[in-house]
Structure formats: C-alpha cells, structure tokens
Design a protein around this ligand. Structure first.
Ligand code: F6R
Length: 616
C-alpha cells in the first residue's frame, strides 16, 4: 500500500519520478506528490490520480534529486495536505513514508510542545519534523545521524525515504515492515517500493531487508542494520521486460492480464514437468524426497484471491496426493496463536509477496519452528526472501488491482505440487502421465475460451444492471464460485456471494427472485448431478441461471439437462476434473470485466482498494 519512488542522479528527476509513480499507482491512488531538491525543496501534491499531479508539475524542471509518493490513506482523509511528501517546519527536510507510525500521537504532542505546527492529519508528518529537530539539536548537523536518531524514536512500520536541502548529495532510506528496493544505474540511483517503478532504466537491483538503512548517492550506496553494523548486499538482475508493463493495445490491464493466461500458465509449468516419470519437480522447495515423503499434512495461508487459489489447491492435494490439507485466511490465522504441528508443511501463497497478514503468519509459524514455503509472483519480495524455500509462479507483472493471471498461476503450481506428492505415494505412472498431458493442454484450452469472449461480453451486457449475483458450485468448483464473486464485487461494486451449491436451501435461496442472476459452475464431475438438482431449485424460484459447464455433445442427455435449466450457457473444454478450476474461472473473470466496463467502473483501480496490502 502506497508507492514510493526516489531518484538521485544526473538526469532531471521530475519526469522519472512521475513515470515511477504511474507504474506504482496500483499500490494506492488516493493522492500523490513529488518533492524536488536543489538548494531548496519544492513540493507538488494533488488529490486523485497521478495524472492530476502531472498536471501541476511544471515542464522543464532541472532538479536531479527528488522523492515521490502515491498514497492509500490510513491516518487522515484524502486531501492535498495529507498527500506525501511531508516537509519539516523549516522546509529543509522532506520525507515519503509507507507504513504506520504507531506512537505518532505521543510524538506529535511532544513536537507540538516544542513549537512545531502540523499541516496534515497524517502519522507520517511527525517524521519530517523529528528530522529537523534532531538535526538542529545535534552538534554535528549530520543528516545521517539525525535520520538514525529519528528512526530510534519511531514505533511501527515504515518504508521511508528522506532528503535534506543541506545535503543534496544523498537520500536516506530505511525499511522496517514495508518493502524498498534500490535500482543501481550508471551515475544514478533509484529507490522504490518495487522494481516496476524504474524498469527500463536499470535492471540491477538491491532488495533492502527489514531493519536496514541505506545512504544512497548518485554513484554509490551504503547499507547497515539498525545497530549501525554494515550489511552485505547482493546485486540482483530483474527478469521482467519493460514492455511487460505496457497495455499492448488492450483498454485495461485486467483484460490484458486475463488474455495473458495461456502464456503465464505455460511459464508456471515450464521446466517443472518430468514427462517420462509422469511427475513434476519443484526445485525451490529445498526438501529432500525423504522429507517430502514424510509430510503428514499441508497448511496453506493466504488472503483474498490467493486464499481462493489455496482452497482449490487443497482439493487437488487431498484428491490426488491424499494429504490432509487445510487453508487459513492469514489475517485470522496470525491472531489466533496458531498451533504448529511437526509433519505439517506450510505454504504462504501471495502474488505480491508483501501482504502483511500472510507475512506475519509466516513469521509466526517460523518462530514456532514450522517450515514455510512461499508460492509468490514478485521476485525478490519479502515472503520469498524470508521463507524456507518456495516456488515463483512466473505470472509476470500483474498491474490490475483485481488479480486474475496470478490466480491461475498459483493454481498451476499447487497442482504441480499435488502431482509430485501423488506420484511419491500411490498414483500410477499412467495416471501421472495422463494428468501431465492434460496440464500441458491448459494453455490451448484457455485460448479456446478466450476465443469466445464476445459471447461472454454479450451475456454481461444483459446482466449488468442486476443488484445481486449468486455464484454456486460444489466440491472443487465452490472456491471457483468464491473467486468469481470476489472478482465481480471488487470491479463492478455489485453485491455478489459465492456459496456451496448444496447450502442454498439452508438460507440463501430466500434471496432468489426473477431478477437474481445465479451462476452455476458445473463441470462434468462427480458433483454434476447434485448440482443439477440445485439448478432445478433455483429455476423453480425464477432465478436467472448462467451455467459454466464443460463441453458435452449437443445431443447428449447432459447437454439437454443443462440447456433445459439455463438461461445462458458458457462452455469450457473438457479436461481432468481436478484441473477444471483453471478453465471455469476464465469466463467468470471475463464476465466481471465486461460487467464492470458496461457499468463505467474504474476497472484497473477499483475504489478503496490497493494491490499490495502492507497494513494489517
Ligand atoms: C483480489 C485481490 C486481493 C489479493 C489479496 C492478496 O483480486 O487482488 O484479494 O488477492 O490482497 O494479495 P497477495 O496475493 O498479493 O498476497
């Protein structure tokens, strides 16, 4: 949440900072600001999107040092004054901050008594004033020392970048709980919340760790820990291509990312299949075959869409590998003093790798001696770096706030894990080979579904004014229903619920009348007939039935039954039942997209949301 960019180098900073903010806008988009430094600090801030800020930053500015921020409001409403950067009283220090300063009321009172007036309601502003106070009170007038003193006074979390008008040759950076990465250029350095901010300018990066401080000049960086001990940092290479951030002709990132799924899924399984053995290999797990064999239980921890991927994964792991698997919502898990059991393998699933609830759950498990593996997309993010091993899903950058391609990539990795475990237990070589062959067909199956996007678009046009949607599925299709409902509500703001189809008669059926679209996810599996009965029940109450079903011959009894009960039908290719979520979710993603578009919603940046949730 919130995006930070800093630049120090030999090029004019304003354009680079605005470009970086635009790339980070998905992290928060209530307001934004930029501060530029020469012999003084000049600051521009605006409520709303980066475009609003860009409109007030004059062209041709020559300053080559600056910091910038895009905000997702926590403390203090959405206003120009609450936008970052925040300046100190004498306007000689500016800061941008991501996180929460928990003792800010105490600090604010202390500063107010010392004569500092506040121009915002944020917790962050105290940092700028503390910097000034500590600097002025020190004998040495040393920026770095004032920065360190200030950090010692802060309780809470921060990704923090500060600059000083008296020391224009450096930026001071600190990380505790909010990600920051340095981009190493030639005669220039970037600091940002994630690498997308400076993609295309440098591919050399240094990931800061929690409790790390960096002093960054245009040609060097020095890092140390909070005890003032120098730290060793490795320079990594970014593998994402700069053009992966472009829309490439699509009107929205969400649609682009939905259409990227054949390729992103392929990247997820590439190099991880051992065809002749009908199995898979996941090198990053850091577990020996004997350790894998001895896993008694699996526990998956995640939030939101990643949680839904975990729920599907649990079905697949239990079904194929017969290992008891449970899935926990991270925000709840970490607050319930979790019981960590020997023999359980824990997975933290996260697109961003930064979701604070998932990260804190992981740390709690590790603190109690458990082993946690990450299943993440963003390379170098905190969860993969702190986990005991894991697998990158390789979806590529996901920019739209609503997660789509990351979901299917997480599913494919969980499926590969399930197949590997199943083959170590009692799955036969032939079954393994058949599953692998079906996994390899998935990209083509998705291309087939995407080829029928116009059909889904036309259904969306007919349903867009509904006030409430119900999504129903059984077994492995129930989490797909949950994910379909989450997608629709977050991008179109329509109330929608995912419910186990068998549960409707225990209450939800009361909501159904002739205006209610009810989406059934009904692949041909062992739940098919029971789900058909639920369709009957909805039909009898007048609900509008949309079925997502797997291909069956038009003259078959199954097709007749589906047709007689459906108002609209969307077909996906037939595949092994445990893989159907990878296909049935695609029409639901498209349906949400088209409904949101037809309602005029801000699809890529839905109101009140941010992509990377780094506050609890
Ligand atoms: C929904 C969505 C969120 C995220 C959730 C977890 O479309 O994007 O529900 O799935 O915030 O984020 P990650 O996967 O980054 O941990």
């Amino acid at each position: 949440m919130c995006g930070i960019v800093g630049y120090i180098g030999d090029r004019p900073a304003a354009g680079l900072l605005l470009e970086g903010l635009k790339r980070l806008e998905y992290r928060g988009y209530d307001s934004s600001g930029v501060a530029l430094l020469d012999d003084r600090i000049t600051c521009y801030k605006r409520v709303g999107r980066i475009a609003n800020l860009a409109g007030i930053v004059p062209h041709g500015l020559t300053q080559t040092v600056g910091i910038a921020h895009t905000r997702w409001a926590t403390h203090g409403g959405v206003s120009d004054a609450n936008a970052h950067p925040h300046l100190s009283r004498n306007k000689k220090f500016a800061i941008v901050h991501n996180g929460i300063i928990e003792n800010y009321i105490y600090l604010k009172n202390m500063l107010a008594k010392a004569g500092f007036a506040f121009s915002s309601q944020t917790d962050s502003e105290v940092i700028a004033h503390l910097l000034e106070k500590n600097y002025e009170e020190s004998q040495t007038h040393d920026f770095e020392e004032a920065f360190n003193t200030t950090l010692r006074m802060l309780e809470g979390t921060y990704g923090l970048v500060a600059m000083s008008a008296d020391h224009p040759d450096c930026l001071m950076v600190a990380r505790k709980g909010s990600p920051l990465v340095l981009g190493i250029g030639s005669n220039e350095m970037f600091v940002a919340s994630d690498v997308s901010a400076f993609l295309g300018h440098t591919d050399s990066v240094v990931y800061l760790d929690d409790y790390e401080i960096a002093k960054v000049t245009s040609s060097s960086f020095q890092t140390k820990d909070f005890r003032n001990e120098p730290t060793e940092k490795a320079v990594s290479k970014i593998e994402w291509q700069p053009d992966s951030l472009d829309l490439n002709g699509f009107p929205h990132y969400m649609l682009k990312e939905i259409f990227e799924q054949p390729e992103s899924i392929e990247r997820g399984f590439a190099g991880r299949i051992v065809e002749t053995m009908g199995t898979t290999k996941l090198g990053g797990l850091n577990l020996t075959p004997a350790e894998l064999f001895n896993i008694k239980r699996v526990c998956i921890i995640a939030c939101g869409t990643s949680y839904h991927a975990g729920l599907v994964g649990a079905y697949i792991i239990e079904e194929l590998a017969r290992i008891p698997t449970r899935v926990e919502v991270a925000s709840e898990y970490k607050s319930k003093n979790p019981i960590i059991e020997a023999g359980t393998l824990y997975f933290a699933v996260s697109q961003s790798g930064e979701t604070i609830d998932t990260l804190l759950s992981m740390r709690e498990i590790q603190r109690k001696g458990g082993k946690v593996l990450g299943i993440c997309n963003v390379v170098g993010s905190t969860i993969p770096r702190e986990s005991d091993g894991g697998v990158y899903v390789h979806s590529g950058p996901e920019i739209a706030v609503a997660s789509t391609k990351a979901f299917t990539s997480q599913l494919i990795v969980l499926t590969l894990f399930a197949v590997m475990m199943a083959r170590m237990k009692d799955m036969s070589l032939n079954t393994g080979k058949r599953l692998i062959s079906d996994i390899k067909k998935i990209p083509e199956c998705i291309r087939n579904i995407l080829g029928h996007a116009a059909h889904i678009e036309s259904i969306a046009g007919k349903l867009k004014d509904a006030k409430y949607f119900m999504f129903l599925g059984r077994g492995i299709s129930y989490p797909v229903a949950l994910e379909g409902a989450l997608k629709l509500k977050e991008v179109s703001y329509i109330l929608s619920e995912g419910i186990p189809a068998g549960e409707i008669k225990h209450g939800p059926i009361a909501l159904i009348d002739k205006t209610t679209p009810v989406i059934f996810i009904i692949p041909k599996d062992d739940q098919f007939d029971k789900t058909l009965s639920n369709m009957q029940e909805v039909r009898s109450r007048g609900g509008i039935i949309i079925t997502i079903h797997t291909e069956c011959p038009a003259d078959s009894a199954d097709y007749d039954k589906l047709k007689s009960l459906s108002d609209y039908m969307i077909c996906v290719p037939a595949i092994d039942p445990s893989l159907t979520p990878l296909l049935t979710i695609i029409p639901l993603q498209l349906l949400s997209y088209y409904i949101a578009r037809d309602r005029g919603c801000d699809i890529d940046k839905p109101r009140n949301l941010a992509k990377s949730v780094t506050v609890e």
